[in-house]
Design a binder for this molecule. Structure first.
Ligand SMILES: [Zn+2]
Length: 186
């Protein structure tokens, strides 16, 4: 339990980092952070007991380094508004499509990946849009960076953390995590 991950928010209640429970408790006891969510019960030592934090907030200002956004399925779907970039359908059955297929030398980077519904992905197969007679609905762009870097999988695993995500990245109702395609099928 002392190793469980804890979400660290900055003063503005934005995700800043992830730390382990032991460190979070030290920060809180030292007055450097305050408890925001403590749904995990209590930890007992010989002399005292402490609420186990799930989310803490730093009481001092922190600089916001600008990280480049990680290329993950969720980030790509969010960039594309959870919409298939070929047919415009808004669906939870999205897949990641490499515009120029990897088999044809297409890279795994922001400007070569788009959200595609399963139908369009199947139809396109291992071809470029030109070869498949399909057209992208909008220009592909690299999303602006956020000021933090907390890997997606933490937000999958900790539902109570999601309200601290920027609006466009929240797992919106209807977009179940289970509906996302497994990593190996990309
Ligand atoms: Zn489609």
């Amino acid at each position: 339990m002392v190793n469980a991950p804890v979400l660290v928010l900055n003063q503005g209640y934005e995700p800043h980092d992830v730390c382990r429970t032991r460190r979070a408790i030290i920060l809180v006891l030292g007055g450097k952070a305050e408890l925001v969510e403590d749904s995990r019960g209590e930890i007992h030592t010989v002399s005292a007991s402490y609420a186990i934090p799930s989310v803490i907030r730093l009481t001092l200002g922190v600089r916001r380094p600008c990280h480049e956004r990680r290329l993950t399925r969720l980030e790509v779907f969010a960039r594309d508004g959870f919409t298939c970039q070929y047919c415009g359908r808004h669906t939870k059955d999205l897949t990641l499509d490499h515009v120029v297929p990897r088999s044809q030398g297409g890279g795994h980077h922001w400007l070569n990946v788009v959200s595609a519904c399963k139908n369009c992905n199947r139809k396109k197969g291992g071809r470029t849009p030109e070869e498949a007679g399909m057209k992208l609905l909008s220009a592909i762009r690299t999303p602006r960076g956020y000021g933090y870097h907390v890997p997606d999988h933490y937000f999958y695993a900790h539902e109570e953390w999601q309200k601290y995500l920027p609006q466009q990245l929240r797992i919106i109702p209807g977009f179940q995590i289970a509906g996302l395609v497994p990593e190996e099928s990309l």
